[in-house]
Ligand binder design. Structure first.
Ligand code: AAO
Length: 383
């Protein structure tokens, strides 16, 4: 009996590391900013027939709408409530996508923004993707509802209220990340609201979550929330299946927080993977492909069964987040294909590939780059 209980416990706790993909399907793809209708069609037309395991989708819930710069992609990382509407589609379209993708064995992983709400300078009004009223200055989000009691303002000890030093684990968890209103995740009430949001998605049929900004949440708080999550919907998954959890923790070494603090809860993004692979493929610092003989743990990466690996992500392919100049992206098409090919062929970690969009690099946040203007002027001038 004791042995049985032990197996049940191991099964329950280890399940969050399992991507829940169908047998033989070993990769998911991030369809960044894709619309729900398009993803549903893509699952049926291409991803299912070609053996993809699943799709990481952009944030699904109500978020701020910004005009300056005009509707940037990152507005979706500023929640206003947990209603399901965004430029990817409404709740009905989301449900339809999950059903159609699940039916062809391609599962859906939601990018969950649970560390914070919108930026503190987000203003007041109904400029949210669902048209919900909010007042960022007053910490008032009635559509959840959250009030000023539910944020970490009193707890952060930096003068600015912002993260000022990444070597201080308290700042990183209790202060604002780039001005984003930091939720008090130790509160039972806040944990409950987040668990309700994620459980709603689980009941609709999703297979797991990317936990955005996990490094900015205390591991104990994340665990308290994931422990409250339902098992997956038995219409598509065996009874007792736990949601897959992968946490965005940027640990390139040298900071106050280590990936190790999170590997007990779920998988963790291994940011060293893309950074080091970029060096090898670009042949920087004299690096060679022959050096990958011990690729993985031998390179100081986390255990393979804890790692979520990727060549680039939605941040570092466009100069946000971390990874550095070595990161391979579609801008270097040949090298990128080599990097992605290597990742798909190598058994280390659970792989995610990237499907994004091309943009004009001469425009930054809606403004024209100076170098582009100068180039244009010299081209227009008579020789
Ligand atoms: C926007 C505006 C801000 C404004 C804010 C609020 O850009 O100016 O203040 O709204 O109004 C995304 C965008 C942000 C955007 C945000 C909200 O990227 O630009 O802010 O939506 O709309 C840190 C976090 C990591 C985070 C990353 C971007 O740790 O969690 O910053 N990624 C996620 C998402 C991302 C999203 C958010 C979180 C927020 O993937 O899309 O933001 O929901 C160091 C630290 C890292 C830190 C980086 C960047 O990295 O280690 O933890 O990432 O700095 O600040 C070397 C080091 C490396 C270091 C790096 C950069 O490589 O080895 O460790 O240098 O210094």
């Amino acid at each position: 009996m004791k042995l049985l209980l032990l197996f049940v416990c191991i099964g329950l706790s280890s399940a969050q590391f399992n991507p829940n993909t169908r047998a033989g399907r070993t990769t998911i793809v991030h369809l960044f900013e894709w619309r729900w209708d398009d993803i549903a069609a893509e699952c049926e037309r291409f991803l299912g027939p070609n053996g993809f395991g699943g799709v990481q989708v952009s944030p699904v819930n109500d978020h701020i709408v910004l005009n300056d710069p005009w509707r940037p992609w990152w507005q979706r990382y500023q929640p206003i409530s947990y209603k399901l509407c965004s430029r990817s589609g409404n709740e009905q379209q989301f449900r339809d996508m999950v059903t159609r993708c699940n039916n062809v064995g391609v599962y859906i992983y939601v990018d969950a923004i649970i560390n914070h709400m919108c930026g503190q300078g987000g203003g007041t009004g109904t400029h949210s993707s669902c048209g919900s009223y909010f007042n960022a200055g007053a910490r008032d989000f009635p559509s959840v509802p959250y009030s000023n009691w539910d944020f970490n303002d009193g707890k952060c000890r930096t003068g600015s209220g912002e993260i000022e030093n990444y070597n201080d684990a308290y700042q990183v968890r209790d202060c604002r990340l780039v001005g984003l209103l930091d939720l008090a995740l130790e509160k039972d009430y806040v944990r409950g609201k987040i668990a309700d949001f994620l459980n709603n998605l689980i009941n609709i049929g999703v297979a797991g979550f990317r936990l955005d900004a996990a490094k900015h949440m205390w591991p104990g708080d994340i665990k308290a929330i994931t422990d409250r999550l339902n098992n997956l919907n038995t219409r598509w998954f065996p009874g007792g299946t736990r949601p897959f959890i992968f946490q965005e923790v940027i640990d390139l070494g040298g900071e106050g927080i280590s990936f190790n603090e999170y590997t007990g809860i779920g998988r963790v993004t291994e940011f060293k993977y893309g950074a080091r692979l970029g060096n090898i493929i670009r042949k920087w610092n004299g690096e060679k492909l022959s050096y990958v003989r011990n690729w993985g743990e031998g390179w100081g990466f986390m255990s393979s069964n804890r790692a979520l690996v990727f060549v680039d992500n939605h941040d570092n392919q466009r100069g946000h987040g971390a990874g550095g100049a070595s990161i391979l992206t579609f801008w270097d098409a040949r090298l990128y294909k080599m990097g992605v090919g290597f990742m798909l062929a190598h058994p280390y970690g659970f792989a995610r590939i990237m499907s994004s969009f091309r943009w004009n690099r001469n425009f930054v946040n809606g403004k024209v780059r100076l170098s582009f203007c100068l180039k244009l002027i010299t081209q227009l001038l008579p020789p």
